[in-house]
Ligand binder design. Sequence first.
Ligand code: FAQ
Length: 341
Amino acid sequence: MARNVQPAGQPAPQNAMEALTPEDAAGQENFDRIIAKDSRVEPKDWMPEAYRRSLVRQISQHAHSEIIGMQPEANWITRAPSLKRKSILMAKVQDEAGHGLYLYSAAETLGTTRDEMMDALVAGKARYSSIFNYPTVTWADMGAIGWMVDGAAICNQVPLCRASYGPYGRAMVRVCKEESFHQRQGFEILLELANGTPAQRAMAQDAVNRWYAPSLMMFGPPDDDSPNSKQSMAWNIKRFSNDELRSRFVGMLAEQVKVLGLTLPDDEIRFNEDTKKWEHGPLDWEEFKEVLAGRGPCNAQRLERRRSAHADGAWVREAAAAYAAKQAAKQSSTNAQKAAA
Ligand code: FAQ
């Protein structure tokens, strides 16, 4: 497969088409046509190296988020208040593992191995969503995560079902179906608590208060501080800007919180009739930067847990590799026997 091999971080030549081989120039033309038609780029298609890198960046971060995102909720499986809640929570956490696996597979189609991605994660070099660096201190946090975190994930990911890269868009379709169930189960936990004893109601309100701002920050920095958005939107990977999606999410929360009978910890939420957009109060972007820099409340704990899970799983990887090698040897000896017969 021919590739535009312009190294990372180097400016494109003045006349990029002049610097391309004829094969690459034809590939670029085909790629531009696919994007202009709002069609799909598939793994075997030629693609610009920067497009490939940006997809690996986004998809691998997304996969890592799903995997690290299992931790805050797994923390409550043994303490779920009933067998029903326990089985729902276990299923949800398993779903998140599945999402991580679809996404690693999608990233692998771009030529990056799962081992490379996992090594970057355990080495602390890879990003994952800021949201998973906050602690889950009460059972109501399971409700708030489902309603707000999965809700934010849905707002962000439904448009990604139309991402120009085929394997990513297709993975998102399935992920979004499962996220919808996750959101509803979270909403239902909060609804039950909100209609329970005064203490349960207070616990639900406290969880909503704590998860509100971090869930809004999941959409990424404000548009004028988002270095990747413009190009990602030009390539039809992202369909809407970070602020646009955040505004839609606020509108969704503002309506649904009424059904819960709870409140959002933000007096400045309003629908602006002129812009037709939902507005919210200021967010603490310094806190966001601290979390991204690895200094959030649970960053160290999350990474340590992932490292030990990775080390504990070494024997499984070794056993699977040994089994695969045995099967391959068996197959090649069968092939050799057939060829000789
Ligand atoms: N956390 O230029 P932009 C879930 C980074 S899955 C950490 O705006 P972009 C399911 C960004 O990577 C949640 N880092 O970047 C679940 C970039 O750094 P880089 C994950 C963040 O890519 C629920 C830099 O800041 N979802 O919740 C964050 O255009 C419950 C500048 O930002 C996805 O990953 C952040 N919040 O837009 C699981 C969705 N925001 O790479 C378990 C796919 C920004 O240049 C339990 N990803 N950064 O070093 C996306 O849609 C985009 O990548 C954005 C960021 C919107 C996250």
